[in-house]
Structure formats: structure tokens, C-alpha cells
Design a protein around this ligand. Structure first.
Ligand code: AMP
Length: 199
């Protein structure tokens, strides 16, 4: 099963993606984590992305699409994945469509959380994790970028009816349960179709 989790910074998409991935035995692919590791290791990729990241801006579509294409080609991602943080622009969503050809269906879940709650959670995360892009000015920029560039991605998937919007303000366990309830029928359908196709 292929799942994309979309949500503003602080919406809990990282937590939910890792829970769902664990339950499915599928890789949790967080583009933010991949980029943070690249910055920490001082690789060429890290050098290319660290300024944009520290300002709360998006890394270019070209870099991101190459990175995701490479990661989805890994063996562990052949039968499914949970993508966290990609796509963030409509161009990235189009690139993902191209990468999804000949794979199973793609489910898209949007986590919706009010802005004041996001700001509260990120303040908490700053204390716990010390992320370089969790300070007030950068958080405001990341939220603005989300509404400007990523909201259109939600509309893009909504137009195709593959989008599930889930209240990310509920307790984490309830959010996970709702994601499973939304996505499992698609998983069952896919398994039945694959069986029929091979028999
Ligand atoms: P995240 O951990 O998903 O909040 O990502 C942290 C930062 O990494 C973002 O603020 C962006 O600077 C960068 N980033 C992660 N994923 C993407 C993406 N799909 N497109 C562009 N930039 C990204």
C-alpha cells in the first residue's frame, strides 16, 4: 500500500507516518529526515539544502524529485511505503504520479490541525528536539509556505477523490485509528484486484 501523509508543520504527520509504517511493515520515508541527515553529514546534498531549510523555505522540486525517485527505487519500497513530507508542491505531485505508474493505488491523507495548536506543539518540540527550523520566525514562514505551496496539492488530490481529511487535533491513537479506517478498504480492494489479476 502506498500512502502519502500531508499536513502543516506540527500536525503530527511524522508520528503518524511512523506508526502506520510500522503496522504495515512498510518503510517510513520522511523527506525532512533524509534532508536533516544530509545536512548533519555535510554531504553535497546537505550543503545544497541547508540554507533553504534553515529559512523554512522549500528545497527545489528538482532536488526533491530526484531524491524521492531514488528512494522509491530501493528494494524495501517496492510493495509499499508511507511518504511523509512529499509532495509539497503540485509539480512534486505530478512527478510522484509518474513514479507511481505500474504500482498499486496511492492513498492520500491530510491531517488538519488549527494554527494556534500547531504553534503550541512546535514550541514544545523546539524544547524537546532542538530543531534548527523550529524558531518563531521560521515557523511562521513554514506555515505560510504550507498554505501557499502545499494547500494546492490538497486541492489537486481532492479533485481526484483520493483524499481523506482527518482531524489531527484528536489524541494520537485516535488519529492512527482513523487513518487505518480510511485506508484499509483501499488495501483490501488492492489485494483482491491483485489476486484476480494473477488468477
Ligand atoms: P519536515 O521535516 O517535513 O517539516 O521538513 C523540514 C524541511 O525540509 C522543510 O521545511 C523544507 O525546507 C525541507 N523539505 C522537506 N520535504 C520537502 C519537499 N518535499 N519539498 C521541499 N522541501 C522539503
Amino acid at each position: 500500500m502506498h500512502l502519502v501523509l500531508i499536513g502543516p508543520p506540527g500536525s503530527g504527520k511524522g508520528t503518524q507516518a511512523s506508526r502506520v509504517a510500522l503496522a504495515w511493515g512498510a518503510p517510513h520515508i520522511s523527506t525532512g529526515d533524509i534532508l536533516r541527515r544530509a545536512v548533519a553529514s555535510g554531504s553535497m546534498l546537505g550543503d545544497a539544502v541547508k540554507d533553504a531549510m534553515s529559512r523554512g523555505e522549500l528545497v527545489s522540486d528538482e532536488i526533491m524529485t530526484d531524491l524521492v525517485a531514488e528512494r522509491l527505487a530501493d528494494l524495501d519500497a517496492t510493495s509499499g511505503f508511507v511518504l511523509d513530507g512529499f509532495p509539497r508542491t503540485v509539480d512534486q505531485a505530478l512527478a510522484l504520479d509518474a513514479l507511481m505508474e505500474e504500482r498499486g493505488p496511492l492513498a492520500v491523507v491530510e491531517l488538519s490541525v488549527p494554527d494556534d495548536e500547531l504553534v503550541r506543539r512546535i514550541g514544545h518540540r523546539r524544547v524537546l528536539e532542538g530543531r534548527m527550523d523550529d524558531n518563531d520566525a521560521v515557523v511562521r514562514e513554514r506555515l505560510a509556505v504550507y498554505y501557499r505551496s502545499t494547500q494546492p496539492v490538497i486541492d489537486f488530490y481532492k479533485a481526484r477523490r483520493t483524499l481523506f481529511t482527518i482531524d489531527g487535533n484528536l489524541p494520537a491513537e485516535d488519529v492512527t485509528e482513523r487513518i487505518n479506517l480510511a485506508v484499509n478498504p483501499l488495501v483490501d480492494l488492492f489485494v483482491t484486484q491483485s489476486k484476480n489479476a494473477s488468477s
